[in-house]
Design a protein around this ligand. Structure first.
Ligand code: GDP
Ligand code: IMO
Ligand code: MG
Length: 423
């Protein structure tokens, strides 16, 4: 069974936790897009592990973890992460595979990310990890790939070409000094030597695994509404975060995918700028942020919080053809007087039940149509069986299921592995 996991909102839905849970029954866990802008948290015995580049399956002994061609790799962060997990006692060497075709993030991408953001009239709220500029180079056909780092002549030529153009832009447009060839060349050749043992042809490796009926788990990063096409453009990331990206991001056929699981938080959060129709007032936002510990796993920024948006998640379900949903962080909604779900937007007399991703005006100025539900006062974080949940929690879960017409197969009631209930 080959399964893709994707976020159905603006990222941070709790994908890391669900992937860690499902990794147990998988042979191979594969990242297919994004880069170290991701922050996937897995909590084991009160220790929180945050994954930026390594697939969240690393904690499971013997599982193969793969970084596909669709990922942009920052070697500095990659090796920091590898070392950190080695120090914690995890054996990584024989289990990590990296595509020769993945594009590399250089210091000039990260600086460009920050400088460009500063000059924008309406900022995106980028993580500043160099993601956008690196994907831009890939599409502009001047990017440098993993394989280039182990070929000194090719790497030297490509880096020279890049610096010639980029340093001129840095100086003339941004008044920034530019980068020296020698220091980047030397540092990245060293990264090349270190990365060499991990390099493989990921497409071939995975297609052989598929033939052998291995079970693959594709780990999406970010979320549907940060997708470069279907997100709230331009307040998005620069990759295909939707399920289709799993095929192109590691060289498998779409027909090899058996199941697509969407992860949704039981409310909504967003980190960074852009429209957020169901965003709550400061007071309520504060309550959720505190109770749900809503601070970015990558940048530490406070996440904006709001009610569950059924228009958004049902559109994500359609774009990704989600077959099953996992709903996380239900424990956070306990103790409130009431819970709200947005079921439609109304703008200029027109009702919207599908996400208007081509019209940010509807999202920014539209009126929201709500349904209200009673909350529950009990602590549900220790409950291990669905039938033991308070009646109102079940009413809320069923409401989401009925609104989206998609089976909720799993709910999460806390950050720990055992705070997960299959339905
Ligand atoms: P991801 O990027 O989608 O993997 O999500 P993040 O790791 O960025 O953010 C999710 C946060 O919520 C992490 O701190 C998780 O440990 C935590 N978390 C996951 N599921 C639950 C849950 O059901 N309840 C609570 N209280 N926390 C959760
Ligand atoms: P995970 O995988 C939440 C947001 C940034 C910013 C926008 C563009 O942990 O769910 P970028 O650095 O990609 O240029 O930033 O996208 N963003 C995320 N928000 N979770 C993420 O990843 C994110 N990755 C990027 O905050 O608004
Ligand atoms: Mg995250």
């Amino acid at each position: 069974m080959n399964t893709v996991i994707i976020g159905t909102q603006w990222g941070d839905e709790g994908k890391g936790k669900i992937i860690d849970f499902l990794a147990e029954d998988s042979d191979c866990i594969i990242r297919f897009q994004g880069g170290s802008n991701a922050g996937h948290t897995v909590v084991v015995d009160t220790q929180a592990h945050i994954f930026h580049l390594l697939p969240s399956g690393i904690l499971h002994k013997g599982k193969i973890c793969v970084i596909g061609n669709g990922v942009v790799v920052d070697p500095e962060i990659l090796f920091k992460e590898i070392e950190a997990f080695k120090d914690k006692g995890y054996n990584i060497n024989s289990r990590l595979k990296i595509s020769s075709l993945s594009h590399i993030i250089f210091p000039y991408h990260k600086i460009m990310d920050v400088l460009r953001e500063k000059r924008r009239i309406r900022r995106i709220g980028t993580t500043g990890r160099g993601i956008g500029p690196c994907y831009a180079d890939k599409i502009n056909r001047c990017g440098i790939r993993v394989i280039d780092l182990i070929n000194p002549d090719v790497f030297s030529r490509k880096l020279k070409d890049n610096l010639k153009e980029k340093n001129e832009i840095f100086r003339k447009v941004y008044g920034f000094g530019g980068f020296s060839f020698n220091s980047i060349y030397k540092t990245y050749l060293d990264y090349g030597k270190a990365i060499k043992p991990y390099i493989i042809d990921v497409s071939r490796f995975l297609n052989e695994a598929i033939k052998k009926k291995k079970s693959l788990l594709f780990e999406g990063a970010q979320g549907t509404f940060l997708d470069i096409d279907f997100g709230t453009y331009p307040y998005v990331t620069s990759s295909t975060t939707t399920a289709g990206g799993a095929a192109s991001g590691c060289g498998i056929a779409p027909t090899s995918i058996d199941k697509i699981i969407g992860v949704a938080k039981s409310y909504t959060t967003r980190v960074g700028e852009g429209p957020f129709p169901t965003e709550l007032s400061k007071k309520f936002s504060e309550f959720m942020r505190k109770k749900g510990n809503e601070f970015g796993a990558t940048t530490g920024r406070p996440r904006r919080c709001g009610w569950f948006d059924a228009v958004m998640v049902s559109t994500a379900a359609s774009v990704n053809r989600v077959s099953e949903l996992a709903i996380t962080k239900l424990d956070v909604l306990g103790g409130l007087k009431k819970i709200k779900i947005c079921i439609a937007y109304k703008y200029k007399g027109k009702m919207f039940r599908n996400y208007p991703y081509d019209d940010l005006d509807v999202l920014e100025k539209g009126r929201l149509i709500w349904q209200e539900y009673p909350s529950w006062q009990e602590d549900i974080s220790t409950i291990t069986e669905y039938r033991k949940l308070p009646k109102n929690t079940k009413v809320y879960i069923k409401a989401i299921q009925d609104l989206l017409r998609i089976k909720i197969f799993m709910i999460s009631l806390g950050s720990q592995r055992n705070q997960t209930v299959r339905i």
